[in-house]
Write a protein that binds this ligand. Sequence first.
Ligand code: HEM
Length: 263
Amino acid sequence: MAVLADTRYVPPPVRADGAEGTLAWLRARVSRFSTGPEHAERRRLLVALLDGVDPAGLREAARELTRERGGNWRGVPVAVLGAALGVEDTGAVPAAADGYLSGEESPQADAAVAELLRQADISVITLLLQAHAATETLVENALAHTRAAADGPIGNVLAGAAANGLAAAAPAWAGDVGALLHETLRHDPPLKATRRLDARTGDEVTIDLVAVNRDPEVFHDPERFDPARGRSPYLTFGSGVRPCPAPHHALALAAGVLEGLLP
Ligand code: HEM
């Protein structure tokens, strides 16, 4: 938390000479990789956009779209967020998101960025690219835990099988999608690490979010997956100067997808 709150630690710099409209060009223009007043201004635009998107509406739309697609939930989080931000076709998001954090460039990623720029401005694209992989990984991990928790269909756990007379197959937290998601976020953060550069020494610092979230001095029996532990101070959404600005939106999208998978 001390490193993440200290402006001396900055995101590792990205190249600034990418051709206009490419992934490299985009990365040089987003909040995520900028610092100082430029970061503050770019982040302000994102927060203003997010303020106009109601998480409860995202949850409902994600639930409906997941049902409409017969449970085929891949792409749902970003389609729902895209619709809320005025982007009709989010099909290019996965290819652009692939290299967004890593910086790995490819003709496919550049073509996807070009396609998104035809539909939206940089702030909206940033939100879609940041949202995509992390939210889908959260859903995947939560589903894996429901499978691990019950022998019966996953729907039994999500629907609260204990209340439906299937107590033998379901754990005590069955039916509490929020508890499932929070403990999944603690136990299995979608982004496992984040990096900073010490602006004075040039040293690189890696913050291991898995280790942080399992600190035995903070979390009782930290290795154990236990949704009943309630809200805990995990750092999955970051902290300090540049935490995720959208934890409520992420949780709403994931909860909606899970509800849409209920029988
Ligand atoms: C489970 C899902 C998500 C997780 C775990 C997650 C996690 C994170 C983390 C850890 C950071 C900070 C990285 C750092 O400090 O180096 C971050 C930044 C960010 N996230 Fe998320 N995120 C999620 C979903 C979303 C969603 C749905 C959106 C958009 C609606 C979003 C938008 C952003 C943006 C724009 C930033 C950069 C903030 C800045 O530049 O100041 N994230 N996220």
